[in-house]
Design a protein around this ligand. Sequence first.
Ligand SMILES: Nc1ncnc2c1ncn2[C@@H]1O[C@H](COP(=O)(O)OP(=O)(O)O)[C@@H](O)[C@H]1O
Ligand SMILES: [Mg+2]
Length: 1017
Amino acid sequence: GGGGTEGFLDMEGALTARDRVGIQDFVLLDETTEAAFLSNLKKRFSKDLIYTYIGTLLVSVNPYKELDIYSQKQMDLYMGVNFFELPPHIYALADNAYHTMLTEFNNHFILISGESGAGKTEASKKILQYYAVSCPSTTLLNTVRDKMLMSNPVLEAFGNAKTLKNDNSSRFGKYMDIQFDSQGDAVGGHVLNYLLEKSRVVHQNHGERNFHIFYQLVEGGEDDLLHQLGLERDCQHYNYLTQGECAIVSSINDKNDWKTVKNALQVIDIDEINTNHLFGIVASVLHLGNIQFAADSKGQPKEKLAQCYFSLQLLGVDAHSLQEGLTYRKIEAKKDQVLSPFTIDHAIYARDALAKAIYGHTFTWLVNRINESMENKDSSRKTVIGLLDIYGFEVFYVNSFEQFCINYCNEKLQQLFIQLTLKAEQEEYEAEDIEWEPVQFFNNKIICDLVEEKHRGIISILDEECLRPGDATDLTFLERLEDKMGNHPHFVTHKLADKMTRKTLERGDFRLLHYAGEVTYCVVGFLDKNNDLLYRNIKDLMCQSKNAIVKECFFTMDLDSRRRPETVATQFKSSLLKLTEILMAKEAWYIRCLKSNESKQSGHFDEALIRHQVKYLGLMEHLRVRRAGFAYRRKYEVFLKRYKPLCPATWPHWRGLPADGVEVLVQHLGYLPNEYKMGRTKIFIRHPRTLYATEDAYERCKHELGNYSPSIIFFFTSSATKIETCWRGVQARKERERRAWAVKVIKQFIKGYMTRGQAKTTDNSEYLAFVRQNYLNRLKENLPKTVLDKTTWLSPPPVLVETSEILRKLHYRLMVRKYVRGITPQKKAEFQLKLITSSIFKGKKDSYPQSVAQPFIDTRISEQDINMRVLQMIRNEHIKYSVPIIKYHRNGFKPSPRQLILTQTAAYVIEEVKIKQRVLYTSLKGISVSNLTDNMIVFHITCEDPKQKGDLVMQCDHLFEFLTKLSVIANKQNVIKVVQGSIKIEIQAGKESAVDFSTGPEPMVYKAKNGHLMVVS
Ligand SMILES: Nc1ncnc2c1ncn2[C@@H]1O[C@H](COP(=O)(O)OP(=O)(O)O)[C@@H](O)[C@H]1O
Ligand SMILES: [Mg+2]
């Protein structure tokens, strides 16, 4: 066949649709830049084309809306059709894997990756549905198929939850094998699950929920059932459901989901008794969460029994034992058993640990049950397609142990991906006898090693801390990491960081530079979560449960109880290792899911967000590998069939070997020797432009000669000059289009400028967009650099006044935040003191404003400068602060320099070796200063005895610092008075005088004629 008469299916969609909707296969992009990649993705996304290939890898962008591309009709369309003949689709990939499996009789897997909310789980469901519908089947097999499909809602109810990233986020990893017999019937399945995020059972972050099943039960459960389980139809009633403060969300219909799940449980063969046990467990977890502890007379926890009642009944355990289990710890000392009481915190910890353990075990139990029901017992040989839908790379505001495991898992899968794609590409070159040209790419093995290496990796160090006797804590774990990882390029902590980075880290954080970006982990809880310990007596108690599921779960767990169980991280590491082995033995297909925006909005293509994903998913590198030598490769038959009209020797029929025909054809088209290579079964073309030129020539001939008969086509196409003309024509037309476009753009710009002041219209909208962008770009370069700079701010154009104001506030807050984070504890303490100073003096004393910028220091006289004899005399009192003063003698006001020392209990006036006066804080009844700028201070002292010394008059250069410290040490904040005009003093009991204040040209202190002390400032 040939020419334009043949159907659409015969053509390579990737080439024909190139201009209309971007390019369907990135391999055919003109240039392999990130910009070109993104623009192609965007172009397609805007037309709801969410799928694009890189060779056989499928890139999928989450549309956040229902698309009409998953109908039965679409499935039929893709069934058994060659990969490149139809527009990219997930069905094409599923179908291709399936048919390769059947013809080559080998095992495959489809790795679906992408960050949380990118569409992995949806993709895996689409594939499962495709197989369920399109594989041949019998009635018997239909039930297997139903089970496979219905295992999904059950696993999702128990293993998925709403997070900030995704309303239906998988909180466990899932690998599912679908087994096919030699006829291609789906005959069985098996699920492997990975690390369920159990901590969610007892704690949820703001905006997140617990696992769906809890809400489904409370919202959807029948009245009878709820009554039986002692539940109320109100999520707000349960502590474990309300921490995220979003128990009910509009995007989730718990009532409907409940029905689906109940039905699904039947399909997967869970009988009524077990179903009851299962819901009993779910309910008991809710009841456990409501148990509270009150301290008894000795301060030890005592559980409030009423709340406990239902959980006891549902768990089928003895009341007294559970109460004891939650409030006492059993210690086995030689032959004796000792009960040691918990603190309340400990009791809560034990309660939560129990809830997590019950739920976690039940989830595993459920997976086992599903596997039993999908198992195919027939021993004939089968091939499998594995579907891997595992938690995506995750970064939250606070990241803990769970995120650490999840991100480590993604690191491992990326490693697998790198190994397999490079391997596959190299193998193809080898098979085709073409020389391999190495490609540069980032290999993340260094990060995998950082996490998992024996004895040296983070997991090993974590385990060591968990097992080490003594007082290991999360922080000692961090210290050990710092010791061991000190200069690793992908590891940093507060202590190890440089000045800039340090500001972004807390003391309890460590940061890993993952292949996908930086993640800061908070070490709090790492040890506990890795240990995942359950107290012995609770474990024993659960083994006696009357709930068969609970009993079974804890009993199996208990079998090898003598050995210490492996830590969570180590178990996870070895399960990932096993998974890698499973996958390595199969042929790989990849789906890379991209999240289009963070707000789950349809039609919004967040370019920055997508660029980041494209980068860390290594898509550009994959593309480069795919195009390392040759962008395009096709079997000789396929190539010849399409392009044979372009050469008289191959049109309409080529009688020899296809390879020879292709050689003749490309010679005729003038391909240069370095532009292509002939492999064993395929032609490899180095640059897309060569292919495009060929394709354009082909299109043009077809178009111009559209309805002519093949012989006329032959007549024209046989002329080499004609082809050249076509080719030039195409180039010239392109140039003309480019110029016309430029003229249009310039005109629009001018129009926009002239109408810039008016409301938004089609004339000025692009111009305004330009103004906005321009302003934002300049703003970025001219931001104020410090918190104190409140004047620098680029004035905005009229359209951006409001935005600019919001940005200014945001930026200011950001700077404040950075500043606050950079404050050291010493500085913080000083600020707190300054705050006290301000509360005493601000607006009252004239010299206060100048004092603000002067730093406070610990002391003004170091201990070496205080006489030994004096130190001896007050050695029992801790010295808090010392400062030089000038003391005015009571009689005659003669000034003399002294040291003033503050201890916890008294202020001492020191002259060299002598203590001249000791003022107990208890007898210090007041302190006065003037409102002017002088440094005079008066201590008012209670004195009943005339022999005792009276009030103390002094001058101190560090007045604010001194009085602030004194007010804190002696708790005298309220007795400091700022006085105008004159301060009365008591020279001796019953003998009064005064200090008078005024202003003058020069500061002076002297005894006035009226006998008062005159202070001029
Ligand atoms: N192909 C798709 N078509 C329409 N909506 C989708 C598609 N893929 C994902 N979504 C939407 O995105 C949400 C998150 O997808 P999901 O597969 O759960 O993400 P992941 O498993 O990667 O965390 C889904 O609940 C759905 O609303
Ligand atoms: Mg998911």
